[in-house]
Design a protein. Structure first.
Length: 218
């Protein structure tokens, strides 16, 4: 079979195009350092690589989630340690305040200290993270955990936990809430009990002053 000049030229052109394509692929592999530059190079290997990429992205996300959980729980622990110390100081003051030999000035100073410790506890439970989210408000992170309109302390946050995925099929709670920690039966909370205690000491001071005034009145 005789090959014409035209056919020979077409064969040469096709061969050159094939070689050029192969050369371009090799150059691209050299430039990128990747053996596979498109899915059609090796479909099965490409699918495995895509799966590995997805798994790698998931692992990176899990690591970020774990870091965020550790940061949140560590921050909450710091504030709860502060609350615990305040409550210990309150207990010592109350025991001291039960001493019948205290003067009115002693009790007034004790009341001031109790109010300061109560305010510190309130501040701890209304703490925010660096992004302005309230740490102890459950999932209502844009709302302070506690408020007081004058009728007593109210827990405005909820008790819902923020659940975070830390591994495939594994989740954990990333927060504690003021509602779980502070609320007692009937919706009352520890801060209102502290206020009642302060009010009782104030009442004692007032009664003592009235007795003194009566004793001095002719």
């Amino acid at each position: 079979m005789r090959i014409s000049d035209t056919q020979f030229s077409q064969m040469m052109l096709q061969s050159l195009q094939t070689n050029n394509a192969g050369l371009g692929k090799v150059l691209q592999q050299m430039a990128t350092g990747d053996r596979l530059t498109k899915l059609s190079d090796d479909p099965m290997a490409s699918i495995r690589i895509l799966n590995l990429d997805r798994e790698g992205s998931a692992i990176n996300q899990y690591q970020r989630n774990i870091a965020n959980v550790k940061t949140t729980l560590s921050s909450q622990e710091v504030y709860l340690d502060s609350v615990n110390e305040s409550l210990k100081s309150m207990r010592e003051l109350v025991l001291w305040g039960a001493n019948g030999t205290l003067t009115d000035d002693d009790r007034a100073g004790m009341i001031t200290e109790l109010e300061s410790l109560r305010d510190s506890i309130e501040s701890s439970f209304n703490a925010q993270d660096e992004e302005g989210h309230y740490l102890f408000s459950g999932t209502k992170t844009d709302t302070p955990a506690l408020s007081n309109s004058g009728a007593g302390y109210v827990v405005d946050g909820n008790s819902d936990k923020r659940v975070v995925t830390v591994a495939k099929g594994v989740t954990m709670e990333s927060n504690m809430t003021a509602k779980d920690i502070l609320e007692l039966g009937g919706g009352n909370n520890v801060l209102n009990q502290i206020d009642d205690l302060i009010a009782e000491f104030k009442n004692r001071v007032q009664i003592s002053k009235l007795k003194l005034m009566r004793a001095l009145t002719p």
